[in-house]
Design a protein around this ligand. Structure first.
Ligand SMILES: [Fe+2]
Ligand SMILES: [Fe+2]
Length: 310
């Protein structure tokens, strides 16, 4: 348990959480835009609106965050990787979807800070609190929208070229972000062992879904990569099965966490290689480099949590 004063902890954790998750949520809408049919104007408009709202939140967070976030977060590759900017540029070039690239450039220039930070003003905490509340409200609407899209797709009221389970996956990520942000707003600090079990349950499942999604989105000529994706899906499925639904620590948690970390390092390398190969036009499929880079950043986020706790 950290001994950092509550306000500093609150400010730093809010900024770090928001920098990671806001970009993730706004990218879910970029991927959705790329998969909608041009006749589905209300969905396209709603998607565009959410994307710009989250871009606005991201810009606001970056303006507040300089010199206030931890170097381990900044260096983890969860906020940006060395491929994010190229992946965004390529996506704009290939799809015509608008992406706030200047915001990414701005984020590349963020500098870290170390705690304790003397002189943090109550106004800053109040600004962050108001931002967090606005994000929670908007993210709740996002989760509702994701559920509606998922239901419309599985009941054949809407056709998109995205796999239906991916909408459910993105909704789950949105709900997780809301939960973590609410905890910060309530100034809750939970038992570290509860958190590691909760995070492993959530992220091992997500890593399994990422592997399953990549397996489905690769061209069928990419047999070696499909096999790798399938092996990762199986490896994370085994890890998922070790946890019970009630988030109670399983027997042998330490060994399970070590295996989670080994598997996560391996899938991180797989996603990084996939992103490089897509950017070099050396991997066939229907994934964009921005999608695999997005999966890579989610993996880097999980890996930082695993490395901090083990
Ligand atoms: Fe995601
Ligand atoms: Fe994900």
């Amino acid at each position: 348990m950290t001994t950092i004063p509550m306000t500093e902890y609150y400010i730093q954790k809010s900024l770090e959480l928001n920098l990671f998750w806001i970009r993730i949520i706004k990218e879910h809408f970029i991927f959705m835009q790329a998969n909608l049919m041009c006749q589905d104007v209300p969905y396209i408009q709603q998607t565009e609106e959410f994307k710009s709202q989250f871009e606005g939140f991201l810009h606001e967070t970056i303006c507040l965050a300089n010199g206030l976030i931890g170097s381990e977060v900044l260096l983890s590759g969860e906020l940006l990787t060395d491929k994010t900017l190229s992946a965004e540029r390529k996506t704009v070039e290939l799809t015509g979807i608008k992406i706030g690239i200047p915001i990414t450039v701005e984020e590349c220039n963020l500098t870290p800070g170390t705690l304790p930070m003397p002189g943090l003003s109550p106004e800053l905490a109040a600004n962050i609190s108001s931002l967090n509340e606005r994000i929670i409200t908007c993210a709740c609407s996002v989760a509702e929208f994701m559920e509606k899209v998922y239901q419309d797709v599985i009941h054949c009221r809407l056709y998109t070229t995205k796999l239906p389970s991916i909408y459910a996956h993105q909704r789950r990520e949105t709900l997780n972000y809301i939960k973590l942000l609410r905890r910060l707003q309530n100034h809750q600090r939970l038992d570290p062992q509860f958190i590691i079990v909760e995070e492993e349950m959530f992220w091992n499942y997500n890593m399994m879904v990422h592997a399953e999604a990549m397996r489905q989105l690769l061209d069928f000529s990419e047999q070696a990569m499909i096999k790798k994706a399938n092996d990762f899906a199986q490896r994370f499925h085994n890890l998922v099965s070790k946890f019970r639904d009630d988030a109670k620590p399983p027997v042998g948690l330490k060994q399970i966490t070590s295996e989670s970390r080994r598997a996560t390092v391996a899938i991180r390398d797989f996603k990084a290689t996939s992103t490089d190969r897509i950017l070099e036009c050396q991997l066939k499929g229907v994934m964009s480099a921005l999608l695999t880079d997005h999966l890579l950043r989610e993996t880097n986020y999980y890996l930082r949590i695993l490395n901090a706790k083990v």
